[in-house]
Ligand binder design. Structure first.
Ligand code: PMP
Length: 349
């Protein structure tokens, strides 16, 4: 730390992303990326967009936004795009977190970091002992509610009826639903948008659309909410989604069959992996995401992670209260998961 850093930021603890190793031959199951390549068509679209890189990108991301509106059955003014969903979440925290935020004790680790960065008060609401969100704990809140659904790192999902109840019981607060993982079996809060002016749905192309490195996220909600987010965006960085990424995102949306087949493959491989882990004595939470949250028998999460690392397999461990027995394992290809199970058999035997 230099002596120049603003006092307000001196105690800020930055978010620590999962490791992105440069070593080859590692099986990388630690950051919930897709194991599949981008949609065929992305490469060409990006190459074509690269021919105009001397120009600034389209501020309105017109083609991408039109395709998103068609895909999700909304109007274009109900959508805004961002440099990964992290960025739009950060904008939403700034825009709507003025009276503070409420989110679970076990959830996406970036939420408390943004709260600290923007100096926002937060109320941490514990999950129940089975790691479920208790919806009654969110009734009548006096602050912005943030729910990852499915939740991370648990993978557990709330049904639409629960999200509706949270929105209904907080009519004067924004409910941000972070749907980074919803395409792997969750129920979207999208259906609530026509009815509720306080529901903001945040999505990403990083998990189910094979574009983590492209950095593309978006938010959907009532046009006034989207306008608020654009006010933050235009006060920070209007050109936030570069032209290569806009082209990649549009190309991905133009081939929905590829998206469908990839997400189906992940869900099938997840079912197989859960079954295998359970046979080996693991405790595995019900997952609606592209990862599973699992506790190895007779071993801490840290130990299991370390032993897999020695076998060139990366998974994620969180050194946090209540979840030290667990590790988060991204669902990769079937071959990667077979390697994980084989390595695990050697570790637990
Ligand atoms: N929300 C959740 C719950 C996540 O796990 C992640 C991935 N780290 C994100 C949002 C952000 O993803 P991205 O910025 O790549 O869109």
């Amino acid at each position: 730390m230099s002596r120049f850093l603003s006092e307000r930021l001196q105690s800020l603890k930055a978010y620590v992303p999962g490791e992105q190793p440069k070593v080859r031959n590692l099986i990388k199951l630690n950051t919930n990326e897709s194991p599949f390549p981008p949609t065929p068509g992305v490469k060409e679209a990006v190459a074509e967009a690269a021919e105009s890189l001397q120009l600034y990108n389209d501020l309105s991301a017109a083609k991408l936004t039109r395709l998103l509106a068609e895909t999700y059955g909304l109007k274009e003014n109900q959508i805004t795009v961002s440099n990964g969903s992290d960025e739009i979440l950060a904008f939403a925290f700034q825009a709507f977190g003025g009276h503070g935020l409420a989110f679970p004790d076990i959830t996406y680790g970036f939420y408390p970091v943004w709260a600290d960065l923007y100096g926002l008060d937060r109320k941490i609401i514990p999950l129940d002992e089975d790691f479920n969100i208790r919806i009654q704990d969110y009734a009548g809140n006096d602050r912005c509610v943030v729910i990852a659904n499915p939740n991370a790192p648990t993978g557990k999902a709330l049904p639409l009826s629960a999200l509706r109840e949270i929105a209904e019981k907080n009519p004067d607060q924004i409910v941000i639903v972070d749907e980074a993982y919803v395409d792997f079996g969750g129920e979207s809060a999208l259906a609530l948008i026509p009815e509720f002016d306080n529901v903001l749905v945040v999505r990403t192309f990083s998990k189910s659309r094979q574009l983590a490195g492209g950095r593309l996220g978006f938010a959907m909600g009532n046009a006034a909410l989207i306008d608020d987010l654009n006010r933050v965006r235009f006060s920070f960085h209007p050109y936030n989604v570069n032209s290569l990424t806009q082209a990649a995102g549009a190309a991905a949306l133009e081939q929905p069959e590829y998206f469908e087949s990839c997400r189906q493959a992940i869900m099938d491989t997840r079912a197989w992996t859960v079954e295998q882990l359970k046979q080996l004595g693991f405790t595995v939470l019900d997952s609606s995401a592209n990862f599973v949250f699992a506790a190895a028998p007779g071993m801490s999460g840290a130990e299991y992670q370390k032993k897999l690392r020695e076998k060139n397999i990366l998974i994620r461990y969180f050194d946090l209260p209540r979840i030290r027995d667990f590790t988060r394992i991204t669902i990769g290809t079937k071959a990667q998961m077979e390697a994980l199970i084989q390595a695990t058999k050697e570790i637990v035997s």
